[in-house]
Design a protein around this ligand. Structure first.
Ligand SMILES: Cc1cc2nc3c(=O)[nH]c(=O)nc-3n(C[C@H](O)[C@H](O)[C@H](O)COP(=O)(O)O)c2cc1C
Length: 254
């Protein structure tokens, strides 16, 4: 099967102008969580100047069907180009294909192992291999639980080679109201890692300042602008007496 330029996409303007477009390879492998790959495609599609190249493994298509009940054509239509996973002769298989980054979402333990060992046994693992050899950004949304030592070692190997292991583990500090909230939060962080601008992405603005019992001012060592939840909580030995006025209201985030 040949690589497909998706209908409605203009190859002349979108595929032949790498200087104007960020090219991102999106791969969906057979781990649970096909929604992450699909949502990533949707969010990248809504961004100006981003061109997506999609590869889905055989097991990835199984999970798209099982988890999302989405027809293949509908998923492929979210990308600018879609490639058969066994087409190791596709452009993506070469370092000469100018590309800014690759995300495997979700990434199965099999694909992780193949990337960790440099197996390049299909177009996903070959494209990932190219990312690592060309020192480009590679982000793997690995999904399995619990993890055995092979999984952990493979994650270490990929990290040592410059890849980013990004298990899509949801945070609860922004009080997600739905699965879509949790998925969007992870995908938005992935897009940050690709270096693409997201001016409208919701961002954590920090907890309100901590007020010590008997004081009417924030604790001196509290950084009200802390970007990581917990920074203001961690006053050693004093947490039972600490209060965050309005803390119950801050969870929805800015
Ligand atoms: C419904 C379903 C869910 C699966 N979930 C996972 C998973 O979460 N993580 C994982 O590593 N493998 C999972 N697998 C197994 C992989 O699909 C299998 O190892 C496959 O060979 C991976 O091939 P791929 O890496 O080429 O996509 C799942 C399989 C099925 C059918």
């Amino acid at each position: 099967m040949k690589s497909v330029v998706m209908p409605g996409h203009d190859p002349a303007s979108r595929l032949l102008a790498p200087a104007r477009f960020q090219r991102v390879v999106v791969a969906i492998s057979g781990a649970s969580g096909a929604i992450y790959g699909v949502r990533l495609l949707q969010m990248l599609r809504a961004m100006d100047g981003v061109q997506t190249h999609l590869v889905v493994s055989d097991a990835g298509w199984l999970n798209v069907q099982q988890e999302l009940n989405m027809p293949r054509a509908e998923v492929e239509a979210l990308a600018d180009m879609a490639y058969p996973v066994h087409d190791v002769g596709a452009a993506l298989a070469s370092g000469s294909f100018q590309c800014d980054g690759m995300v495997v979402a979700p990434c199965s333990m099999r694909t992780l192992a193949a990337v960790a060992l440099g197996l390049s046994d299909n177009l996903i693992t070959r494209a990932a291999d190219v990312m690592l050899k060309e020192r480009r950004r590679l982000i793997l949304l690995v999904r399995e639980t619990p993890l055995n030592l092979a999984h952990l070692r493979n994650m270490t190997s990929v990290t040592e080679m410059g890849g980013i292991i990004f298990p899509p583990v949801p945070g609860f500090y922004q009080r997600p109201q739905s699965i879509a909230d949790m998925v969007d939060h992870s995908v938005s962080r992935v897009i940050d890692l690709l270096g693409l601008p997201q001016p409208d992405a919701p961002r954590w603005a920090g907890l309100p300042p901590v007020v010590m019992p008997g004081h009417d001012k924030p604790a001196p060592d509290c950084d009200p602008g802390a970007s990581t939840p917990g920074d203001c909580h961690s006053v050693p030995g004093s947490s039972p007496g600490l209060q965050h006025p309005g803390a119950m209201d801050c969870g929805s985030g800015p």
